[in-house]
Design a protein around this ligand. Structure first.
Ligand SMILES: [Zn+2]
Length: 580
């Protein structure tokens, strides 16, 4: 038995899941609302017999260890160790020996968390005895409640302060060596000091509330050191994965599905203080894919609050280039120049309305990338349009894509249609060639289907582009379901909204196929051309049908079944009639 099996045999999955999801017993299973995707149905199913979970909506599945790992954004080892802790399991000695690495890692990590917690609370106590630091926080508008909530503290400077910390740690069984290993103290040739000395201390906790690292900010006006000092990265502290405030924000993120992202400790604290409890902050890095992935477990919409300066704009542009891969909708809140969330929310006449003016990240991207477009040189213009089109190509919603193209066309002052056709292949400027070569590769059926769909989308002459029940029969079976749906849902009568509804009704596989097709195809065609294509399809269908019949005639002839031959020939002549 491995240590994993031991834990699984001693802890019940229903018990574990119930602490996160409201489960109801139904027959042999327990069911609830899936914590991994947004839903109103109870697709999430737990089997107590098999000790596994499965979601019929998002197909997430696994055992209790992978459940905790996914839910808490932990590694399997970490989720194992959190279960051992939570259920206070006594692991048999021989299992511990086998998993030596797990054990020593776990012990080292736990010691790090413990020591960090001790340091945080020590600094928190010190803050009460430090009027200068308290008054600085007060000036910055940080309330007592927030000081408590975020466990804000201070480590005074000087020998006595360091000695005091070492003595305090020793009482809990830690040595100065441990403080040095944790990056709280630094040993130089002549002395031992702390990089956090005389800085306001912001403890950084991971998603489950464990203290992992610290940020220290200078607060005295005459202090000329760098404004911030953050703990060095370690196995327990990776900036690209961690978000400040995530442990406190999580419940509200989970219940509202909405979060706010800011850049600093004080911004995050101010947001939280003024009611934006679901706020997290990056730690001196820009927002990474890993941050988004972590947040996407809890929220569907993230409001990114950012500085309106150049650096801020560029950071958002970089984010836009990547964020289409996650499930999170990103909305941008631009702060007025010279303001930050803290200054804005704490000012006497707060412009709190700013938090109501949001802009979708793609709109923001197109607008700010296209800004000053007309004044750019030719090569700059080409660069810019490539950038914009590259991004728009990645937008999967065809309607959204068209809207963005319209906006881009406006800022670049180029016709919408030419931008749209470039969008099918951003690497080329020779759009006509692309069009023909792309169309040569696609089947007649595909061509007809997409003209029909884009026709419905175009809101003009929609009836000219309807595929009737009779035409559907000419399509291979694999298309029937989609086409019948298109017909049944009256998509052509409802325009864009109909297309949207149609897309939502498809299976994921079908939807991907359709969306991909919408990128490849040039929707513009005349009703006459469409009719020609339809008759081509009909004749193709009948040709194939006739050739099958002719084969049957040959077989019947060989068998000397003259009556059958006669019947088949009669049928063929009827088909020939249909063909025309
Ligand atoms: Zn699910």
């Amino acid at each position: 038995m491995s240590i994993f099996e031991f834990v699984k045999s001693h802890v019940d999955i229903v018990d574990v899941v119930s602490t996160y999801v409201r489960l109801k017993k139904m027959g042999n299973y327990w069911k609830g609302s899936c914590p991994f995707h947004k839903e109103n149905d109870a697709s999430f199913t737990v089997s107590p017999d098999k000790q596994i979970f499965y979601c019929f909506g998002c197909h997430e599945s696994g055992d209790l260890i992978s459940f905790v790992a996914k839910h808490e954004a932990l590694s399997p080892i970490e989720s194992l160790s959190s279960l051992i802790e939570k259920y206070d399991l006594k692991i048999p000695q021989e299992l511990l020996k086998e998993s030596g690495k797990f054990n020593s890692n776990r012990q080292a990590h736990n010691a790090h968390f413990e020591l960090s917690k001790l340091f945080a609370h020590y600094a928190r106590t010190n803050l009460e005895k430090n009027p200068a630091a308290l008054s600085y926080l007060e000036k910055r508008g940080v309330s007592k409640t927030q000081i408590e909530r975020f466990c804000i503290g201070i480590l005074p400077s000087g020998r006595a302060s360091i000695n005091g910390l070492v003595a305090h740690a020793r009482k809990a069984g830690f040595l100065s060596k441990d403080l040095i290993n944790a990056g709280i103290l630094i040993e130089s040739r002549s002395t031992t000091y702390s990089p956090f000395e005389d800085r306001i201390l912001f403890p950084i906790r991971d998603i489950s509330g464990k203290f992992v690292a610290f940020g220290g900010r200078v607060y005295q006006p005459r202090d000329t050191r760098p404004k911030y000092y953050n703990s060095k990265e370690s196995e327990c502290f990776l900036k690209r994965q961690l978000l400040f405030g995530i442990d406190l924000a999580r419940p509200i993120l989970q219940s509202t599905g909405i979060g706010y992202l800011v850049e600093g400790y004080l911004d995050c604290i101010a947001m939280s203080q003024y009611g934006y409890v679901g706020t997290v902050a990056t730690l001196g890095t820009s927002c990474t894919d890993e941050h988004l992935k972590l947040l996407s477990r809890y929220i569907h919409t993230l409001f990114v609050v950012y500085d309106g300066d150049n650096a801020g704009t560029n950071a958002i542009i970089r984010l836009a280039e990547r964020c289409w891969q996650t499930d999170i909708e990103l909305q941008i809140i631009t702060l007025p120049e010279g303001e930050d969330p803290a200054s804005l929310l704490t000012s006497e006449t707060p412009h709190k309305n700013i938090f109501k003016n949001t802009e979708h990240i793609f709109d923001f991207f197109v607008k700010s990338t296209g800004k000053g477009y007309l004044k750019k040189t030719l090569s700059q213009k080409i660069q810019t349009s490539k950038k914009i089109i590259n991004l728009i190509t990645k937008v999967t919603n065809p309607i959204k894509q068209d809207l963005l193209l319209q906006q881009a066309a406006q800022s670049m002052q180029v016709p919408f249609t030419s931008l749209k056709s470039t969008c099918t292949n951003p690497n080329t400027t020779q759009t006509t060639d692309v069009k023909t070569s792309a169309h040569n590769k696609v089947s007649l059926e595909e061509k007809i289907f997409f003209i029909s769909l884009c026709g419905a989308d175009a809101e003009k002459n929609v009836t000219d582009f309807i595929i009737t029940e009779a035409v559907i029969q000419y399509f291979p079976k694999s298309w029937h379901n989609m086409l019948q749906l298109l017909l049944k849902m009256n998509v052509h009568e409802q325009g864009k909204a109909g297309v949207k509804k149609f897309l939502n009704t498809l299976t994921e596989k079908e939807r991907n196929k359709v969306l991909l097709g919408l990128f490849k195809h040039e929707p513009e065609t005349t009703p006459m051309h469409f009719k020609q294509l339809l008759s081509l399809l009909a004749s193709k269908h009948w040709k194939e049908a006739i050739s099958i019949m002719k084969n049957k005639v040959q077989i019947a002839q060989k068998q000397g079944d003259s009556k059958r031959v006669e019947q088949l020939l009669l049928a063929i002549s009827k088909m020939n009639h249909m063909k025309q």
